[in-house]
Design a protein around this ligand. Structure first.
Ligand code: ADP
Length: 265
């Protein structure tokens, strides 16, 4: 049982006594702390690329002004920092929309395999850059379900992108899709899609927190790789909106599996 926070007020009462009011403010206090943590995180994430940009602009307008080679190099670094900020703001907007109860999640009849294939295609260059091959299993025929194709594409984009980023160089990323007649968690037919990498894996102590915004196992490394720290939080929200389940299993040194379970028709 955690410690609770109360506020106490006393007002005089006509009979000569006093009315004492005790209010439990634990929840309000938690919400306020979460909000201020979030603002601190966002500010920090934006400040890092901004500081880098400021330094680069200073150098460019000074010493590097007449050095064509340095100019090209600095501009490329500025483009990278700008891209980082752009990704962060896009992810923040996505997350904000997903948390807005008024924003609808479409319920179209779609083919999950088509969505996964599109995500794989859009990431083929970054996979090739690390020598990683992406294997897709269970997609010999369409896998129909009801859902929002843009949102589900984002789910597999994020998961496969992570598998490429954190997977072993020259390794394999496997996306396995299967249909379950009856899934005990969903209490009905389900589509299971699991993204597995053979990377460094994630320690058990981190697993439960991975879907928190800005939670990273290795902050420095993730930032270097170019992550926003919001990818898995977005995945969790989208899967929840589809009334599905999201599970992470991992073994340090062996790799990780991120499983999405969605209700089937
Ligand atoms: P990021 O943008 O930093 O990748 P995510 O929310 O997508 O943010 O992931 C959160 C953290 O989880 C990452 O920073 C990384 O530490 C860890 N992580 C995610 N996917 C994997 C994976 N496939 N293998 C190992 N670690 C992972």
């Amino acid at each position: 049982e955690r410690e609770r926070i109360f506020s106490l007020t006393a007002a005089p009462w006509s009979e000569g006594g006093a009315i004492v009011t005790l209010i439990d403010e634990t929840e309000a206090h938690d919400a306020e702390r979460m909000r201020s943590d979030f603002v601190a995180n966002v500010s920090h994430e934006l400040k890092t690329p901004l500081t880098a940009l400021r330094g680069l602009i200073e150098t460019l307008s000074g010493a590097a002004q007449n050095d064509a080679e340095a100019r090209v190099r600095f501009l490329a670094m500025m483009a990278e920092e700008t891209e980082r900020m752009h990704r962060l703001v896009s992810d923040l907007l996505s997350l904000n929309r997903l948390e807005d109860a008024d924003v609808v999640t479409r319920n179209d009849r779609i083919d999950l395999c088509e969505i996964i294939a599109a995500a794989r295609q859009s990431l083929s260059d970054s996979a090739a850059a690390r020598g990683i091959s992406i294997v897709l299993e269970g997609c010999h025929e369409p896998v129909p379900l009801h859902g929002d194709s843009d949102q589900l594409r984002q789910v597999f984009n994020n998961l496969v992108e992570n598998a490429i980023k954190y997977g072993e160089e020259n390794g394999t990323v496997t996306i396995a899709v299967s249909h379950e007649k009856y899934d005990p968690l969903l209490r009905g037919p389900a589509i299971r899609a699991a993204v597995t990498d053979d990377g460094r894996g994630i320690g058990q102590e981190h697993l439960a927190r991975l879907t928190e915004r800005f939670y990273r196992v290795d902050r420095h490394r993730s930032r270097q790789i170019g992550g926003t720290g919001l990818g898995l939080a977005i995945v969790k929200h989208i899967v929840r909106r589809h009334r599905g389940w999201f599970r992470i299993a991992s073994q340090v040194g062996k790799g990780s599996t991120f499983t999405v379970l969605l209700p089937a028709d």
